[in-house]
Design a protein around this ligand. Structure first.
Ligand code: ME8
Length: 518
């Protein structure tokens, strides 16, 4: 056991201009695996996701559909909620920036920034990309082949000239650099940390934080011609969900500063530079970690609606099953790196790792117990060095996976998990319990007991990543639902001889069709 901690994990809040695709599902999935792991490990967890509903981009998307912006937001936000159900995300809250609790919170934050002298009125003249909801300096833009001016992400920019409130970002350069220097873990992975530090070192310009040319946003207190810049509005969600400005309430005190805020590398700068500067200016603690993961790509191109190459997570789940999709996304690519999506790769993972290795281990163990031990946990006799070695590996798995999870490395946790699966399968092959049943039945029972105990460990540890499969396996092992957390991963709770097991059933189907070529 480790000491009980309060852990707050957040996803970005997604723009409602888009139906959810695999990229959105990915960030929330990674957070879900971390959140589930920490809960089973005995910690108090708050896991937040939601939707980002204001701004010019959403206003334009709503106008295209003919719906008023809020009706449009209700509709698209519901798709993101539906995704949380389809992927079995265990978020404790779902925040929408059009909710009253959020508007109240952002308004209070703005007022605080004004009181602290961090906001002043000026006028903005420069380039703006609606697609990115971002301002760009002239030298960050280029002309594309069609002669159109674009920002560094390829999004078209337009010239904006209007009165605007500014946030004194330039005044926070030294404090930000001090934060990064003192807490290198503030931005992870390391490559992203280096990018952020060099960006800030190169100098910060004050940030335009209000707009007057459209109305879909939170009005600036005392000057309602202006609506707040959508990023100031959106970033505040992480504290509005905790009841900011009431920083003395139990929720805020317990969960702020956030433990890990995850997002794609596309929006790292907003989270690792602007966000802590806003917080410092408002005298709020900064989060402990900003973690930027990589992109899912197709043939090297980022998966995104604007490129028209999206993968629909609902379709994937329908095709391959939830656990296979979750396992693939988490195992295939280290969180932090880019990964090219392919159907072949999912099929390979689900057949090789899940059906042939993990599923097969559980299935063999449980069917042999049915056949050779009358369907009840066999009584172990004296253990050999091989038995002890495998059990020791099983006992070492939780601490190893915990270290990986604490560094936001679910792929590493799953690779450690699979290493035990492979060890256990090797053990089955070497021990050959089906042969022992005929020659040395007592020894055969010991081997089956060891295997059942190892499968119990695996099933318990599979739950954060593959909640359905974990639960089904634990059901077959007749482990009560209140005996499935990580405190049970000790010899004290080992499989008790004589307990009748449930009927073994395959948990991981093999995918037999030809996967789609693209
Ligand atoms: O940026 N690969 O919202 P958004 C991996 N509303 N992850 C991807 C991805 C891909 N190809 N495509 C999208 C916004 N994502 C703002 C955020 S937070 C205060 C406001 C994921 O709908 C990834 O997490 O454009 C990325 O950062 C996010 O979706 C962008 O979502």
């Amino acid at each position: 056991m480790t000491a009980k901690r309060s852990i707050y994990i957040t996803t970005p809040i997604y723009y409602v201009n888009d139906t959810p695709h695999i990229g959105h599902a990915y960030t929330t999935l990674a957070c879900d695996a971390l959140a589930r792991f920490h809960r089973l490990d005995g910690h108090d967890v708050l896991f937040l996701t939601g939707t980002d509903e204001h701004g010019q981009k959403v206003e334009k998307s709503a106008a295209k559909t003919g719906l008023d912006p809020l009706a449009f937001c209700d509709k698209v936000s519901a798709n993101f909620r539906e995704l949380t159900r389809a992927m079995k995300f265990s978020n404790d809250d779902f925040i929408r920036t059009t909710e009253e609790r959020h508007v109240r919170s952002v308004t209070a934050l703005w007022t605080k920034l004004v009181e602290r002298g961090a906001i002043y009125l000026g006028s903005y003249a420069g380039w703006y990309a609606v697609r990115d909801e971002a301002f760009y300096a002239e030298d960050e833009t280029t002309l594309n082949d069609a002669g159109q001016r674009i920002g560094p992400t390829g999004a078209p920019v337009e010239w904006v000239e209007e009165p605007s409130y500014f946030f004194k970002l330039s005044a926070f350069k030294d404090r930000l650099l001090e934060l990064y220097a003192k807490h290198p873990e503030f931005v992870r992975p390391e490559t992203r940390y280096n990018e952020v530090v060099s960006f800030v070192k190169s100098g910060l310009r004050d940030l335009s934080v209000s707009r007057t040319s459209f109305t879909w946003g939170i009005p600036v207190p005392g000057d309602p011609k202006h609506v707040m810049y959508v990023w100031l509005d959106a970033l505040t969600n992480y504290v509005s969900a905790l009841g900011y400005p009431d920083t003395q309430n139990a929720q805020f005190r317990k969960f702020w500063p956030a433990t890990a805020q995850l997002m794609g590398k596309d929006i790292l700068r907003f989270h690792a530079v602007y966000w802590p500067a806003f917080l410092m200016a408002a005298d709020i603690d900064v989060p402990r970690q900003i973690f930027a993961h990589g992109w899912w790509t197709r043939e090297g191109q980022k998966i995104s609606k604007s490129l028209g190459n999206v993968i629909d997570p609902f379709e994937l789940v329908a095709k391959y099953g939830l656990d296979a999709v979750r396992y693939f996304l988490l195992r295939e690519v280290p969180l932090g790196q880019d990964g090219d999506f392919s159907h072949q790769a999912i099929v390979l993972r689900m057949n090789a790792d899940l059906a042939n290795a993990f599923g097969n281990l559980a299935q063999r163990t449980l069917s042999l117990i049915q056949k050779n031990a009358a369907g009840a946990v066999p009584k172990p006799g004296a253990r050999t060095a091989d038995d002890d070695a495998l059990l020791a590996n099983a006992h070492a798995l939780l601490p190893a996976m915990r270290t990986s999870i604490d560094t936001c490395a679910p792929h590493a946790a799953l690779s450690q998990f699979m290493a035990l699966v492979y060890d256990a399968n090797k053990y089955v092959d070497v021990q050959a319990p089906w042969a022992l049943a005929k020659t040395h039945p007592a020894r055969g029972h010991t081997v089956l007991w060891v295997l059942a105990e190892v499968v119990r460990h695996l099933a318990i540890l599979a739950q954060p990543f593959m909640p359905d499969a974990g639960a089904k396996m634990l059901e077959q092992l007749a482990i009560a639902s209140d005996a499935r957390d990580f405190t049970r991963l000790t010899p004290e709770y080992a499989m008790r001889p004589g307990i009748a097991l449930n009927k073994p059933e395959g948990v991981f189907p093999r995918y037999v069709d030809q996967p789609p070529a693209r």
